[in-house]
Ligand binder design. Structure first.
Ligand SMILES: Cc1cc2nc3c(=O)[nH]c(=O)nc-3n(C[C@H](O)[C@H](O)[C@H](O)COP(=O)(O)OP(=O)(O)OC[C@H]3O[C@@H](n4cnc5c(N)ncnc54)[C@H](O)[C@@H]3O)c2cc1C
Length: 405
């Protein structure tokens, strides 16, 4: 095997997180190589119809990288958030709490963004950026690390050497398995069905979260008279419902969503995801850093998975800039430890928070029901708590890295 040239930084995975990581590092003068086992068209196809709630700080990141173009990205602001409960399809919807623009600041705390537009914008930025080299259809099959470098072996039998390896290979991270990383994991015994809808009524940019006994149903505004839904359900029911014909699915959705949508119909196909928490105890390793879903995969009920990954990105950029200024080896353990301790509070608190809310709301237990209703009326009454909750949705807490400001 020919000895390859050593690269400054290599990223494994050109998903949304790996792509933003590459662009952010290039914007600060780093040379980056990105490898992905699939090609762009396959990544687009795999994520067709997906949407994400993007927090204000994630929006700031795209803005700071010169990529926040609401028209091109077809984004939809979230101006109101309504939380409610419903015991079963015969029960009425009980209003729990509402957050609207007035209780937040001038800007919306979050935006809905569609995968197709975001992924294509990132791909075109990567293609024209001279500091980024993208190797598509190149799966990493092996790796080895010594005191000076990490070497990855690719499926085409070539290899790449690097000072630091950033791993963003997704929630089933092959890297974490190969390195025997210790992680905390828990199945939610739920699946999420996601898809898009068109309807006759205007949504008024309101995001709804209805806590049903089997799991939360989120209905979120997209541009035009369109909405997206993320419905967490027990595995058996979810699988049956996901396989059901479109009309049956819509009827069941209407039974649970009350009169939020008028005359909805499915646009495109629905997708199903198994739900679990998977959390690396340490997101660093010898000359390696895990970011995004490979580091923490959380319950989607708060719409925060991509956002927390983007906070990994921005914090890592700040850390590597400091390392470069001090002339440090970018893969040095001291530098990686600085990053790890910066990120640990956010990672642990969001994983715990989403886990607790799901446990609290996804069943019909009388005491839990009383606690959550008491909890929500406390939120409704307290302006202080309200602003804390909107800050959480906006991602504005803790020591923010520069790119998120
Ligand atoms: C139902 C659901 C709804 C969600 N809704 C929201 C939301 O509203 N808001 C939000 O913020 N987040 C949301 N999320 C979370 C969000 O989808 C993820 O956090 C995000 O997509 C993770 O991106 P990633 O780049 O880390 O991983 P991935 O998208 O999984 O990318 C991993 C990449 O690595 C590549 N790869 C893997 N192994 C290798 C290898 N060995 N060699 C080379 N390449 C490799 C893959 O081809 C892939 O391109 C949701 C998640 C789910 C399940």
């Amino acid at each position: 095997m020919k000895r390859s040239k050593k690269k400054q930084i290599v990223i494994v995975g050109a998903g949304l997180i790996g792509s933003v990581m590459a662009i952010a590092l290039a914007s600060k003068g780093f040379d980056v190589t990105v490898v992905d086992g699939a090609k762009h068209s396959d990544r687009v196809e795999r994520n067709k119809g997906r949407t994400y709630a993007l927090s204000r700080t994630s929006k700031n990141l795209l803005f700071n990288l010169g990529m926040w173009d609401p028209k091109k990205l077809n984004v939809s602001p979230i101006k109101n958030i309504v939380l409610s409960t419903k015991k079963d399809s015969d029960d009425l919807i009980h209003h729990l709490a509402e957050f609207n623009e007035e209780s937040s600041s001038i800007e919306p705390s979050s935006y809905m963004i569609e995968d197709f537009y975001l992924r294509n914008m990132l791909a075109s930025e990567i293609n024209k950026n001279k500091k980024i080299q993208l190797l598509d259809s190149s799966e990493v099959i092996q790796d080895e690390t010594n005191s000076f470098e990490t070497k990855i072996m690719l499926s085409d039998k070539s290899s790449i050497r690097t000072e630091i390896l950033i791993i963003s290979d997704g929630r089933e991270s092959g890297f974490a398995k190969r390195l025997n990383k210790r992680f905390f994991s828990k199945s939610y015994n739920q699946v999420a069905i996601v898809g898009n809808l068109s309807h006759d009524n205007a949504h008024n940019f309101t995001a709804h979260q209805i806590f049903l006994s089997g799991g939360p149903l989120a209905i979120l505004p997209l541009q035009g008279k369109r909405s997206t839904f993320v419905w967490s359900l027990p595995v058996e029911i979810g699988k049956k419902l996901s396989d059901s014909k479109r009309e049956k699915f819509i009827n069941y959705l209407m039974d649970n969503a009350g009169d939020i949508l008028s005359n909805p119909s499915l646009v495109g196909e629905k997708k199903i995801f198994p739900l679990y928490l998977r959390f690396l105890r340490e997101s660093i390793d010898n000359r390696k850093i895990f970011i995004g879903d490979s580091s923490q995969a959380i319950h989607p009920l708060a719409g925060q998975g991509l956002n927390i990954g983007l906070r990994d990105v921005a914090s890592l950029v700040d850390t590597l800039i400091k390392g470069k200024k001090l002339g440090l080896d970018l893969g040095s353990i001291d530098l990686l430890k600085t990053y790890e301790s910066w990120r640990s509070f956010d990672r642990i608190s969001l994983a715990t928070y989403t886990d607790l809310i799901n446990a609290l709301f996804s069943n019909n237990n009388f005491y839990l029901k009383a606690i959550r209703e008491f909890g929500m009326s406390a939120i409704e009454k307290s302006q202080l708590l309200k602003s804390f909750f909107t800050k959480e949705a906006a991602g504005e807490y803790g020591d923010l890295p520069d790119l998120l400001k």
